[in-house]
Design a protein. Structure first.
Lengths: 181, 181
DNA sequence: AATTTATGTCAATATGGCTGACCTAAATTA
DNA sequence: TAATTTAGGTCAGCCATATTGACATAAATT
């Protein structure tokens, strides 16, 4: 912990494109920081899951089902951008071991709506807690505006055509959650 | 594109811990936005790599070798946090197909120092360009401080004990690059 | 009645990880 | 110098997660 002359961005500020028409220099710092930040971000749940013989795939499924109770299988496939065969294996394990239940749709009886069981919710919340601890620690090192700044940056990084769906999904899930009275 | 009441964070501001000692509510928005942002961030190179019959693993190796010419195999293993057997397979393909060369260390002749060939550098720069395009687009939607804000947030998300190494690695690689005269 | 949709399943394949064992050559140390 | 450690490579097998393609069933829609 000594030499720290690396606190200012080494690249010139990013523009859409240089005046010369030549492509911008790569934004090395953010490219690499995204890699390292995400690597560590997922490592916390990964380690915890290892004790359950579950993996990252199970985490993702359990997370979104817990956040969106009653979601359809098809919705999950769109969010995760995987095939139903890939989902099938993981989902089956979660169902067999009592973390997720499937209920017939009331309107459309072909649907298998997905719900986290209490056991599943507990695990999902535990994993979310690990990730929240890391985010909280990070935000606490920064100013009070950091949450909103991070939020805006991450939103802007999402495909423009997928953005609305993501934001609506987050907003919907938030609303559906019982606010503590 | 209509209803947008989701532009403000739905969670209360994150604190290290609540006064009550009860764990914080999960920071759902950043947890999910990190997932979606990273998913799309890696999708650009993934798509491009598919044409070469290369995958994400090749990208990571080529990226770091290109950024750190002459790096040791052992360094790469530490950065990627994988085993040498895992590295071996992808590295061999990159070497066989002429994207990376290995040179005997001058001081220590056991070392196989890694360098991107011109062909390898071209591919690495192409992939970095794709990622830079996404980042540039994102930053251009935000204020001029956004780059620095994103940088700080991502740094804070990294494991505290790994942080210095990451930052030094980035700084070192930047310095080693020839500044255009 | 015919078709489409939601979901599930079987089979084969690819990728990218892992562990464990073992090897060579070169550097370091006793 | 002899013994040990280090840097790197390799073989073999296993596991998790993803893919494509084909096919099956039941319920909704036309």
């Amino acid at each position: 912990m000594a030499d720290l002359n690396y606190t200012t961005p080494p690249n010139r500020p990013a523009t859409a494109e240089n005046p010369a028409g030549r492509p911008d220099d790569p934004i090395w710092d953010l490219i690499e920081l995204l890699f390292f930040a995400y690597r560590d971000f997922v490592s916390d749940p990964d380690d915890a899951l290892a004790k359950f013989a579950f993996g990252r795939a199970h985490h993702r499924v359990l997370h979104f089902v817990n956040r969106n109770p009653g979601m359809k299988v098809a919705d999950l496939l769109v969010i995760l951008k995987i095939t139903k065969q890939s989902l099938g294996r993981v989902l089956k394990q979660l169902v067999d071991q009592g973390y997720i239940v499937q209920k017939e749709g009331a309107n459309d009886r072909r649907q298998r709506l997905l719900y986290a069981t209490p056991k599943g919710e507990a695990l999902a919340m535990k994993l979310a807690g690990l990730q929240t601890a890391r985010i909280s620690r990070a935000l606490s090192e920064l100013g009070p505006a950091a949450h909103e700044q991070a939020r805006r940056f991450l939103i802007a990084m999402i495909d423009t055509d997928g953005r609305d769906g993501v934001l609506q999904s987050i907003a919907r899930a938030d609303q559906a959650r019982k606010p503590k009275p």
